[in-house]
Each structure stands twice: as structure tokens, then as C-alpha cells.
Design a protein around this ligand. Structure first.
Ligand SMILES: [Ca+2]
Ligand SMILES: [Ca+2]
Ligand SMILES: [Ca+2]
Length: 138
């Protein structure tokens, strides 16, 4: 009899957790952490700067629906904080042109590559610095 109560509590707890599990699985599938494959056309398992900038250039075009060649804070959304935008915007016009955007990509690439081997591997991509880089590539 003494084990009846703990069992009931455990069962209730499992029931409570169950609905969350499919949601978590969906979120993980939508944003796989450390998955370099989307940015790795030569399939060597890492992202080099050329691959990062090619992906970023594509992302830039996608984010610039009015095709004026610049991204403003609204178009950049959560990818770039206000402080980062200020730093990445040497001409201080409040927007990033493609050259400024790619320079920011290079800065974040360097930050995400502590071993300085010229590439971002899956582990580096899943680091906070890697995630910041990742945001600029899609
Ligand atoms: Ca590669
Ligand atoms: Ca600018
Ligand atoms: Ca590296």
C-alpha cells in the first residue's frame, strides 16, 4: 500500500508531460542545432567562410523584398540587435547593405570559430556564437 501513492503521482506527472513531447520534437526538427548540411554544398561536414557568405548573400536577397539593396532593422528582425546594427553600420544610415551584412557574417564567423581552423563544424555551429552566425545564414 505504501507504494500506491508515489505511483499515482508519477503517473499524473507523466500524463502532464506527454502533450509537451510532440511539440518539443517538432521544434527540434524545425531548427536542428548544429546541422551544417544546409550551408555545406561541398559536403565536407563543415562551413567555411565562402559557404557562409554564399548562404548569407542568399538570405540577404530573401530578406530584402523591396530590393532596395539594404536591410533595415525591421527586415533584419531578431537576427541583429540594435547594438550590433550600430556596430555593423559604419556609414550610419541605419541599414545594412550587402557589403556590411557580409562583413558582419565574417565577424560572427570568426567569433564562432575559436579553434581558428577556417571552418565551422557542427559543434561550433551549436555554440551561442555559432547560433548568432546561423541566424544570418537563413
Ligand atoms: Ca563545407
Ligand atoms: Ca549602412
Ligand atoms: Ca572551427
Amino acid at each position: 500500500m505504501t507504494f500506491q501513492l508515489p505511483k499515482a503521482i508519477l503517473f499524473t506527472a507523466l500524463l502532464g508531460l506527454a502533450p509537451a513531447a510532440p511539440l518539443l520534437a517538432t521544434a527540434a526538427m524545425a531548427a536542428p542545432q548544429g546541422d551544417v548540411s544546409a550551408f555545406d554544398p561541398d559536403k565536407d561536414g563543415t562551413i567555411d567562410l565562402k559557404e557562409a557568405q554564399a548562404a548569407a548573400a542568399k538570405a540577404f536577397d530573401m530578406l530584402d523584398p523591396d530590393k532596395d539593396g539594404t536591410l533595415d532593422a525591421k527586415e533584419l528582425g531578431s537576427r541583429v540587435t540594435a547594438a550590433d546594427l550600430k556596430k555593423a553600420d559604419p556609414d550610419s544610415d541605419g541599414t545594412l547593405d550587402k557589403k556590411e551584412y557580409l562583413a558582419l557574417v565574417e565577424a560572427r564567423f570568426t567569433a564562432a570559430n575559436p579553434d581558428k581552423d577556417g571552418t565551422i563544424d557542427a559543434k561550433e555551429l551549436s555554440s551561442p556564437a555559432g547560433q548568432a552566425l546561423h541566424q544570418l545564414l537563413q
